[in-house]
Design a protein around this ligand. Structure first.
Ligand SMILES: *Cc1c(COP(=O)(O)O)cnc(C)c1O
Length: 376
């Protein structure tokens, strides 16, 4: 049996008629850059997150970057985040001329460890960016309390957590602002590039709206230096169609995750992901931990099972950040994540049979490896 890591085609097939109808509307209206389809999606997505405002932009990276600029981050400032993320989180900080300061992650949730946060705060700290990794939020109450104590803003990197919840509230609504990516492979994915910032702060929303449109709020009245960061009408219309299904798709991911959980519970080769007591995890990524990650990955690939690694190198050890000289051993939990996490196939259209096959292959390999006669 072949099990892909993702299956975007299956999802497209399930909504093809609606998507094609909405595409045709945009094409006939010629509202290609910004415009009514973007505004409509912004309203719907703000409501989905439980926020007053959403600002559509070109990508998740751009959402993070413009949100940081909107929060006043400038050259020489410090922004705290974790090294266990996609590089874009740190990139957005660097693009502002600010310095990313890393704190390690918790060993169960793989999100920012609040116990390590306070010592990292300095008079230069402007913003803290917890990353809601793999579809589970960070421990936001603890993080926000420390930030408030020091007068520092909090920005959620919610690029992997559309619809995830923290104590019943949605990701993105838990701090000053939240950033989302609609890269095609995310839980809510466009058919191209897109992203957005959600916030309860109207002034911040207005600043980001100016920044995404060359620093103007009226045509040719450029008040600040901005960029072209507008969302496409075509992407917005597609996202409006897909948003209607997001809760159902996330529930399917949760059902597949609990099936993996049940089948793999007593398999010693892997440590399963943990849903924290505060969280509703939406399993953008279903990552298991194994000290034999590479061996497992090769064996599963040979069995027709496509896996992923998120992420093979923690940000502080990437070549791009080499001049910082934070060597191996600086962030031990993030480094274990990079060595041991293996992402199994996970998408709403994954069938129960496929989950059974993946789990039974892991169980079979684990039994082989535990048997000394099979060591090779
Ligand atoms: C995908 C992702 C981003 C970047 O989003 P793009 O839309 O690809 O620019 C940022 N942070 C995290 C955690 C992501 O997973």
């Amino acid at each position: 049996m072949k099990v892909p890591f993702l299956n975007l085609k299956a999802q497209y097939d399930s909504i093809a008629q609606e998507v094609e109808q909405s595409l045709k509307e945009v094409l006939l209206s010629c509202a290609f850059s910004g415009g009514p389809y973007v505004e409509h999606f912004e309203e719907e997505y703000a409501a989905f997150c439980g926020c007053n405002w959403a600002v559509g932009v070109g990508s998740g990276t751009e959402a993070l970057w413009l949100a940081l600029v909107g929060l006043g981050v400038n050259v020489g400032d410090e922004v705290i985040t974790t090294p266990n993320s996609f590089t874009a989180t740190a990139e957005a900080i660097t693009l502002c001329g600010a310095n990313p300061i890393f704190v390690d992650v918790d060993h169960e949730s793989f999100t920012m460890d609040p116990a390590l946060l306070e010592p990292a705060i300095t008079p230069r700290t402007k913003v803290i960016i917890p990353v809601h990794l793999f579809g589970q939020t960070a421990d936001m109450d603890a993080i926000v309390a420390i930030a408030h104590k020091h007068g520092v803003a909090v920005l959620e990197d919610a690029c992997q957590s559309h619809g995830a919840e923290y104590k019943g509230r949605r990701a993105g609504s838990l701090s000053d602002a939240g950033c989302f990516s609609f890269y095609p492979g995310k839980n809510l994915g466009a058919y191209g590039e897109a992203g957005c910032v959600v916030t309860g702060d109207k002034q911040l929303a207005n600043r980001i709206k100016m920044l995404r449109d060359h620093g103007q709020s009226r045509k040719y009245h450029h008040e600040v230096v901005g960029v072209n960061g507008r969302m496409d009408g075509i992407q917005a219309a597609i996202l409006s169609v897909k948003l209607k299904y997001l809760d159902a798709w996330n529930s399917l991911r949760r059902a597949r995750a609990s099936y993996y959980q049940k089948l793999l519970l007593n398999v010693p080769a892997v440590i399963l992901p943990k849903e924290m007591p505060y969280a509703r995890h939406i399993y953008h990524v279903y990552a298991v931990r194994s000290p034999e990650r590479e061996r497992l990955r090769h064996a599963l690939t040979a069995s027709g099972i496509e896996c992923g690694v998120h992420y093979p190198v923690p940000i502080h050890l990437l070549e791009a950040y080499a001049p910082r000289r934070e060597g191996a051993g600086s962030f031990p939990v993030a480094e274990v994540c990079a060595k041991e996490l293996l992402s199994l196939p996970m998408f709403p259209e994954l069938t129960e049979d496929q989950v059974v096959y993946v789990s039974s292959e892991i169980e079979r390999l684990s039994a082989d490896w535990a048997n000394p006669e099979c060591q090779h």
